[in-house]
Design a protein. Structure first.
Length: 290
């Protein structure tokens, strides 16, 4: 477990430091928001404030991790042996991700309803299992990095949309544009490219004369994560279609009332036009009432 240059003790230290760092980042976001945004304490409910802090911390983590690991995807050591190759960069950033997942899982369990985030919690549990295989057992580093890069790089836009909804800005051209960019990126990165890496990984495992348990465990983790992506995409498409139906219904009501639409209906009509609402709501953008 670990390596001569990155032993288990160092993995644990980096993961613990990462968990503490992102906890402090969310606290710093809370303090800065109270000081700089008058509406933070007046307009937002406690659950919304917790979501606001968590989303900003998660978005920052995703941006940093995806940027750093994108370079490691081209590491010649990892590409020469995708199943066994490891580097200190893989160990370090894999440990950072492990610490972040520990922070986000604990934060979610402590602050939010399990009913509203069961799928996201399952995603985190599977992600932690993948980190354990990759970081502690020195296996499948390249494919673990691909998951980190193409999954995490979608999260900044996701959390921007979530913060805009919490702040009451889920309307207008900016929100619509970011929503469309997010949906396109989600489909390309987390469905198309991720599926390509999964098939590559499966083909390598199947060609091995000996197929150890950890190889199939890695295949299972990757398959579960891809399945969750497909479920999320299906939910997004279904809710977007539902939004289109609501939009047509509101248009019919508008014609039936001689052109005058109630304010509540106009608001619902606006939200129905933005497919990003589906994913932001599904990933915790809609807070529960205190």
């Amino acid at each position: 477990m670990g390596s001569a240059t990155f032993p288990v003790e160092r993995i644990n230290r980096v993961a613990a430091a990462s968990c503490l760092t992102w906890t402090l980042v969310s606290l710093a976001v809370h303090l800065c928001s109270r000081a700089l945004w008058p509406g933070y304490s007046k307009m937002l409910r406690p659950t919304e404030r917790r979501q606001w802090c968590n989303k900003i911390a998660c978005g920052l983590h995703a941006a940093v991790l995806a940027y750093r690991q994108a370079w490691n995807l081209f590491d010649p050591v990892l590409n020469a042996d995708p199943l066994h190759g490891v580097t200190d960069g893989h160990f370090f950033w894999g440990s950072v991700l492990l610490g972040y997942l520990a922070y986000d899982t604990a934060y979610s369990l402590a602050c939010f309803s399990l009913r509203n985030g069961a799928v996201m919690l399952a995603h985190h549990v599977v992600g932690i299992a993948g980190c354990v295989i990759g970081v502690y057992y020195n296996k499948l580093a390249l494919f673990g990095m691909a998951i980190e890069v193409f999954f995490e790089s979608c999260n900044p836009l996701l959390h921007v949309l979530g913060c805009m909804r919490i702040a009451g800005k889920a309307h207008g051209r900016a929100y619509a544009t970011i929503s469309k960019l997010f949906v396109a990126q989600f489909f390309l990165f987390r469905v198309v490219i991720s599926s390509g890496y999964f098939l590559w990984m499966l083909s390598i495992v199947l060609r091995q004369e000996e197929q150890p348990w950890w190889a199939w465990a890695g295949v299972a983790v990757f398959a579960l994560l891809n399945t969750l992506n497909v479920l999320w995409l299906a939910k997004l498409v279904a809710m977007a279609r539902g939004g289109d139906q609501q939009l047509r219904k509101q248009s019919q009501q508008l014609r039936g009332t001689g052109g005058q639409m109630p304010a509540a209906a106009r608001s619902a009509c606006k939200l129905a036009q933005h497919p990003g609402v589906a994913i932001t709501a599904f990933a915790g953008g809609t807070p529960k009432h205190d």
